[in-house]
Design a protein around this ligand. Structure first.
Ligand code: XMP
Length: 189
């Protein structure tokens, strides 16, 4: 797995410093309010679990699952696989937590869906932000780090379902995803 990584962008210590900073911002914004952290599966599970343990204020936790691409590095349509139960959304202040804000389509779609299902408010918090790739106008309320236009893996982020368990964020070697894309094309998927 390590051999597929071109370079490490954020190591474990740097990640935790970034999360501490964002956690302080979230606490300042949500202290004294009832709110629910909504983790976007699967990518944000590692970030969300580190983040909530740095929020010493009452909160609830819910999950939403969305996918915007298969085994490829280019985004596609957003598919929402499941939503929290209605009672977890209606009238609640939600904080959507995602691994990476890329084209912006996923969070744009999820925010609108949750508001249309009756959420009182929907804030957004992302671990990584790749502003150069935005295709819809969307900015997160909180973000840990900005990244350049590289395909990144680790700390919850995957390529073809792998690398989520790396404790750091690294840029995937281009040969690795080119190899996968060629294999997918050959098999017609
Ligand atoms: P959008 O384009 O909707 O994308 O903002 C959000 C989702 O796309 C995935 N994504 C990535 N996953 N490395 C990854 O492992 C990346 O560099 C990357 N860029 C986008 C991710 O699932 C995210 O939630």
């Amino acid at each position: 797995m390590q051999d597929d990584i071109d370079r490490v962008l954020f190591d474990e210590a740097e990640i935790l410093r970034g999360i501490d900073r964002v956690a302080a911002e979230v606490v300042a914004a949500y202290e004294g309010k009832e709110f629910t952290v909504v983790s976007v599966l699967k990518g944000s599970c590692v970030f969300a679990s580190d983040l909530i343990r740095r929020l010493p204020i009452p909160l609830e936790l819910a999950f939403v699952a969305a996918s915007s691409y298969g085994d490829r590095t280019e985004g596609g349509d957003v598919k929402v696989n499941f939503f929290p139960a209605e009672k977890e959304i209606a009238g609640r202040s939600l904080l959507l937590v995602d691994d990476i804000l890329d084209t912006g389509r996923t969070l744009h779609c999820l925010k609108n869906e949750l508001l249309s299902r009756g959420a009182a408010s929907v804030g957004t918090c992302v671990f990584l932000d790749k502003p150069s790739r935005r295709s819809v106008e969307f900015e997160a309320d909180f973000r840990c780090f900005e990244v350049e236009n590289l395909f990144v893996v680790g700390y919850g982020l995957d390529f073809a379902g792998r690398y989520r368990n790396l404790p750091y964020v690294g840029a995937l070697r281009s040969e690795v995803y080119e190899r996968e894309l060629q294999a997918a094309e050959r098999s017609g998927s």
